[in-house]
Design a protein around this ligand. Structure first.
Ligand code: F6R
Length: 242
C-alpha cells in the first residue's frame, strides 16, 4: 500500500478529490465505490466544486456504497442513503437510478446480499473504491474477525463501532446493531483503492494496517496485498508510524 502523507484533513480531502476526479476524467463511465462517515465529507465537497466549475461530470458514473444500517429506510436521516443524498448525490446532480446502496429495509438477508453482489457484478466491478478506516481497523462494516469475508453480508456491529458512531444518533441505544456491508473480497477486487485517514484516533489502526501483520483481526491490513491501494493520511493519523 502506497502512503501519501499530508498535513491535515483539508489537504487529505483535496488530494483524494484530485485522484477521484482523475479517475472520472480518464473513464467517465467509472463505477465508484463510495464510503460514508466523517472522513470523506471534505472529499465530496471538493468534488462538488470540481463539478460546479465544469471540470468534471458525474453524469455517466455509477456508484456503489460500502454499507447501510439494517432497519433504516432511505429517508431516515441517519441512513447512509440519506447521507449520500445530502453530502454528494444531490449536489452533483447524479440520477438516483445510477446510485446503489444495500437496502437496509430488506429483512431477507440472503436475498439482499446476493442482490447487492449482483448489482456490483452487473456494473462490471468497482473501478475505484474510496474507504475510511474504523478505530478498530474496520473497512466498510467489516469488523475485526477470524476470517476475511467475501461478498455482501450482514454484520453485528462491535461495541467500539457503536461507540464511535453514536455521535450521529440521539443515544448509543439508537445506533442499529446490524448493518449490511460489502465484503472484503469485493473491496479487494476493486481496480484501485483509496483509503483515507485523518486524526489521532486513527493512528493505531493506520500503523497496524500499514506496518503490521495482515490479519482479519485488523481488516484494513488486507490492503497491503492490493496491487493499487493508496493510503492518504494526515500527520495525526501517521503519528504512530515506525
Ligand atoms: C462508512 C464506512 C466506515 C467508515 C469508518 C470511519 O461507509 O464504511 O468503515 O469509513 O467507520 O468512519 P469516520 O470517517 O466517521 O471516522
Amino acid at each position: 500500500m502506497k502512503l501519501i502523507r499530508v498535513t491535515d484533513y483539508e489537504e487529505m480531502s483535496r488530494k483524494a478529490a484530485e485522484i477521484i476526479a482523475e479517475q472520472v476524467k480518464e473513464k467517465p463511465e467509472s463505477c465508484l465505490g463510495l464510503a460514508t462517515g466523517e472522513t470523506p465529507v471534505g472529499t465530496y465537497r471538493e468534488l462538488v466544486h470540481y463539478r460546479n466549475e465544469g471540470k468534471i461530470s458525474f453524469e455517466r458514473v455509477h456508484t456503489v456504497n460500502l454499507d447501510e444500517y439494517c432497519g433504516l429506510s432511505a429517508d431516515d436521516r441517519q441512513s447512509y442513503r440519506y447521507y449520500m443524498k445530502t453530502n454528494f448525490f444531490d449536489a452533483i446532480g447524479i440520477d438516483p437510478a445510477r446510485t446503489f446502496l444495500p437496502d437496509g429495509m430488506n429483512t431477507d438477508v440472503e436475498a439482499e446480499c446476493s442482490r447487492y453482489d449482483r448489482v456490483i457484478e452487473g456494473l462490471g466491478g468497482i473501478d475505484l473504491q474510496l474507504l475510511g478506516i474504523g478505530r478498530n481497523g474496520h473497512i466498510g462494516f467489516n469488523e475485526p474477525a477470524s476470517y476475511f469475508s467475501k461478498g455482501t453480508h450482514c454484520v453485528t456491529l462491535t461495541e467500539s463501532t457503536i461507540e464511535a458512531n453514536k455521535r450521529y444518533f440521539a443515544s448509543a441505544e439508537e445506533v442499529p446493531r446490524k448493518a449490511y456491508t460489502m465484503g472484503i473480497g469485493t473491496i479487494m477486487a476493486a481496480k484501485k483503492i483509496l483509503l483515507l485517514a485523518s486524526g489521532r484516533e486513527k493512528a493505531d489502526a493506520v500503523r497496524a494496517s500499514l506496518q503490521g501483520e495482515v490479519t482479519p483481526e485488523m481488516p484494513a491490513s488486507i490492503l497491503q496485498f492490493h496491487r493499487d491501494a493508496v493510503l492518504i493520511a494526515d500527520e495525526e493519523a501517521c503519528s504512530k508510524l515506525n
